[in-house]
Design a protein around this ligand. Structure first.
Ligand SMILES: C[S@@+](CC[C@H](N)C(=O)[O-])C[C@H]1O[C@@H](n2cnc3c(N)ncnc32)[C@H](O)[C@@H]1O
Length: 212
């Protein structure tokens, strides 16, 4: 898997295909989670979530992990473009499945359109490892795709998601072949769903999970 090739076009592609819909999902709960000290942004991509976190959580230290060097470069450029302090942000170029955390604990974990990159066994490996480095009262905010349970909405979402996986498989050699719901793994790792907002006919969701 390598998102480098897509990095220069990613934001533009999102704008053309989804307008502001995905970004509304990213920010749905950011005004409500308690002010954190340490934030962990996983698979942050070109930095839209990062900018929102920097603006809302002025005193927080942010760790940003991504496997794509070019995505991280875009995120760095966004910080500079918005005149935000780069010293608050630690950028880590790593595959999350092999990343060895430094020993910090995180109050907020952010995974925007990231958990959908993984196969079930990868989620089962990664989520408990992230839970281990989260604070006892941590919040985990997620924006992602989903497949509604029934009806036309289900057919529509399945079709769109199928096309997305074909595209990302070709463009990035993504290992995941289909969308895996992370809910049961998050629950097993000690998190409880606090709030969920669905949008775009059930295709998108924003979640706020809290550590029990
Ligand atoms: C679909 S993009 C999402 C980007 C952004 N978070 C957003 O909201 O649009 C997935 C991002 O996760 C990163 N990624 C995918 N698999 C990864 C892995 N195993 N470890 C670290 N980053 C990964 C990619 O490089 C890419 O930047």
């Amino acid at each position: 898997m390598n998102f480098d090739r897509l990095a220069p076009y990613y934001r533009c592609m999102e704008f053309i295909l989804a307008g502001g819909k995905m970004h509304r999902c990213r920010t749905a709960f950011l005004d409500q989670v308690p002010q954190p000290k340490n934030i962990l942004l996983l698979g942050e991509g070109p930095g839209r979530g990062l900018i929102e976190c920097c603006r809302r959580f002025a005193d927080a230290q942010i760790t940003c992990v991504d496997a794509s060097e070019r995505m991280l470069a875009q995120a760095r450029r966004q910080l500079a473009h918005h005149n935000l302090k780069a010293s608050r942000v630690e950028f880590i170029h790593a595959d999350i499945l092999n990343w060895l955390p430094s020993g910090k604990t995180y109050d907020v974990i952010v995974t925007n359109f990231f958990l959908d990159c993984f196969r079930p066994e990868q989620l089962a490996q990664m989520i408990p490892r992230i839970a281990d480095i989260s604070a006892p009262d941590a919040n985990w905010v997620i924006a992602d795709f989903q497949i509604p349970p029934a009806g036309l909405r289900r057919i529509r979402s399945r079709l769109i998601i199928w096309m997305l996986y074909v595209f990302f498989r070709v463009a990035t050699r993504l290992a995941a072949r289909e969308l895996t719901k992370p809910d049961s793994v998050l629950e097993k790792a000690g998190f409880t769903l606090h709030r969920r907002i669905e949008s775009e006919w059930g295709l998108l969701h924003s979640d706020w999970w809290r550590k029990r």
